[in-house]
Unconditional design. Sequence first.
Length: 467
Amino acid sequence: MASADEKDDLRILEDRVFVDLTLSSDEGEELLSLEEMLQRKSSDVKEDVVKSAESSPFKEKSSTRRKNPTSASRKLFVDDDDSVDELTVLENCRTSLKLTPNVWIGIPIQEVESFPYDIDGLQVYCLSYDKTDKLATTVDGRQWSGYITSRRAGFVRKRFLKSCKGSHRCGNELCGYFRQFNKVNRVQFEKRGSIARCSTCGATAEFVPCHAKKIWKYPEGESKVTVYHYGTHTCVPIKQAPTTIAEAAKVAFQQSRTLKPERFVNDKLIEAIENEQPLEAIEELADSLVDRNSLKRMKQAAKDKLDPVGHSYDAVMQYKAKVQKVLEDPFLIYKVDCEKRIVFKTSKEQLELALQMDREGEGHLKVEPCHVDGKHNRVTGYITISLVVYDTNLREMTKIATMECPTESKENIGLFWVCLNKALQQYTGNDEYCYKPHLYVCSMRVVGFGHPSKKNWLRRSEQSRKL
């Protein structure tokens, strides 16, 4: 059996990868002689282990314990006919080491402004971070799992650790991706449950493990984060959009609620072509905008910032209070009924137009008919009932009031006139006032409760006034 001293000698041989090889000739000869001596001892230890395993009565139990993946990953010897590369074996041995700061001894600390998307190898980075969003600074193009926190000797305070999730590859030699690009597909897959399939040929993808790790810490009293990277990646990094493009996307999505990620990408590429940028710059811009999911996340973040409460009546009520406070107009969002699911909107200027339409008054719109219609594409899932009039001064159709409601039913049409009359009564200070235009113009679908004649509309207005 191998003694403890001989096993320690093997550990010394394993750790030689971290020794600086800048030695003099004499020291190099001594090191080579030491290496030969350790190799002889390692061969003797291997023979002792094999002989003891064959003669041991607990051979079956011992082999069962050797199935432990942690023990298997510490394999130090490779047969002559084994196809496993020695560097791969050494890398597997190193992944089982405890990642203490001693691993990065001699590695220079790189001061950078942004984290590289294709980080790889034994690296140490130091960069500033935003205290409001610490994790955003350490984002790169690798596919990491969720982070865990731990404490280890050599690291001050708490540290954060992530392991690479690995990647997939398509092993189908007849795959269309391989025939078109002359390389194996490692990026385009569709995952359903635990099975990933090639997006091109549909073949089941092969999983390629990746043992790289990333550790970072936030030194106390400093506004910089130190990031340690360990291991060589087997996965393909995803190129992130440049900071300027990311900021431009955030601003664009905040300015336009209806802007789609695809439209933003097209606009940026057209802008680059019109500015006659070089082909390399355009291709780099296109590569950075390939990941549409990141743009969708940016749009969702901008949407959440603009609408923190989301699409709900609570959000409308909060917006109603904010509008009344800032614009000092209680009629802009006049009525919100959560139970009946209606939102009635008008304004002081629009109510003044309604007063100018009074057929018994002297307004300039007293002979103009009002137009009522329901729009189905203004708000998703709702009908927008609109009341408009042709303004002779502006020479265009002008809105007086709108109301979002689920359907164009008799009840909702009646609620529309009730809300309009109440708003006019509050605006004029006359509790008996009722909207009295010269003529109504509408469709049978909008009326919903009879012929769209002047008589029926007036009767409905009188009923609304009594309510």
